[in-house]
Write a protein that binds this ligand. Sequence first.
Ligand code: XMP
Length: 520
Amino acid sequence: TILIVDFGSQVTQLIARRVREAGVYSEIAPFTQAEEAFRRLRPKGIILSGSPAGVPEEGSPRAPEMLFEAGVPILGICYGQQVMSHQLGGEVRPGHEVGDGGEFGRAYLTVTQDCALFDGLWKVGERHQVWMSHGDTVTRFAPGFEIVAISDGAPFAVIADEKRKFYGTQFHPEVVHTPDGGKLLANFVHKVCGLAGDWTMAAYRETKKAEIRAQVGDGKVICGLSGGVDSSVAAILIHEALKDSGTDQLTCVFVDHGLLRLNEREQVETLFRDHYNIPLVVVDAEERFMSGLAGVTDPEKKRKFIGAEFINVFEEEAKKIGGADFLAQGTLYPDVIESVSFTGGPSVTIKSHHNVGGLPERMNMKLVEPLRELFKDEVRELGRELGLNDQFVGRHPFPGPGLAIRIPGEVTKERCDILRKADAIYLDEIRKAGLYDAIWQAFAVLLPVKTVGVMGDYRTYDSVCALRAVTSTDGMTADVYPFDAAFLTQCATRIVNEVQGVNRVVYDYTSKPPGTIEWE
Ligand code: XMP
């Protein structure tokens, strides 16, 4: 295991991913809990992350001293390098005090000495592209360190103390703009820390199955399926772990709230019942949701109603099957990592998200969360391990409140049906053009606006449909997908011709921020 000490950098998670890509398990701990995490994990190496803070700033974070005395290799990245230099007896000063403006973005370094990090990768005298982002400068090194690479703005691009196996990079090896960054990190974990790199999804699958069996015993598990990748993979893994017990310990519940995409319910039924033979309860709750949504136009009221009603339905079903001891959830690692915040204060609620929070307490169930340690792309890999096809594991995210938040204004069954058709045509075109996997999320929105059109010799007066497609890595920020005009024209033509109720199509050109991905 590698322990990653987080000082609040935006890209700390990427360090964990690169280490895992090198076949080594890694966990992130906030610097305030790093000592406890070290004692629990007994890591073979430590990586100190970057930070928005500066070492010379008062109150900026420090690593627990014991980490430097544990006899374990350490790699400090950016702030991590500077804080290590500072804590081990060097000096760090704001760049402007020493006539150094810092470096931001692409930079080049020159290798000046061999070092274990460069083994088999970089040679003395070579120049390599890296990605820098720092305003402070190490003005004096801690005893024992040597410079092994320099850049124009950083005479300390890489430093090394080979005796203690402490290394520091001023640049960020974890980001893609440092092309050899992944290999440098792999060198650190394999060659410096001596870890074999045998952490694979196949191994994870077996470890987790054993853990699930140990946790659940002969208890009963209930799992809410959404049709998405996370809950499906969690359910299939739990099923695999428990299926040989001879009793049906796992029951999946799929609530059809009438806000699903075209054929979504049938796909879930086929996959779970026919393919995996997992006990599945499908609740037809469309009417209940539609009558509750009648007259509701405020986005937050829609979200709150759907979230609460979902829990009601789920609870009723759980009681019908005689209750359960455990609730399975597809919680992922990014939801678990405690973020290090320097801004203090609670962040404002932009949208209230839909989940089954509160249910376990109400029903006195414990949680089974077999994906808690995984990133999204790792869940997809595990899904493939478990036999799900590429098309399924590559599905775009779909929000819990479903189509309701893609129909501004009042939601009715009729409007859901119109939107389902338009959305299916749009996605069909995207798949045919081979663009599905290049897009984070693509969907249609049905606007509560009617406009005049002409078809044949007739005047039409129908709704506007907006198309949205974005690229993103985590849904936190997003860019508009730049379709070419011919593609959008083709979608518009098909939707207006094939979907009754829509006579105009527009494309949403807003990035996030300032827009959000969903319209409500
Ligand atoms: P926004 O619209 O906030 O969406 O930019 C960011 C990502 O979150 C998804 N989303 C949800 N997912 N429950 C979910 O599980 C929700 O209530 C919810 N609302 C938005 C959205 O689809 C996008 O991927």
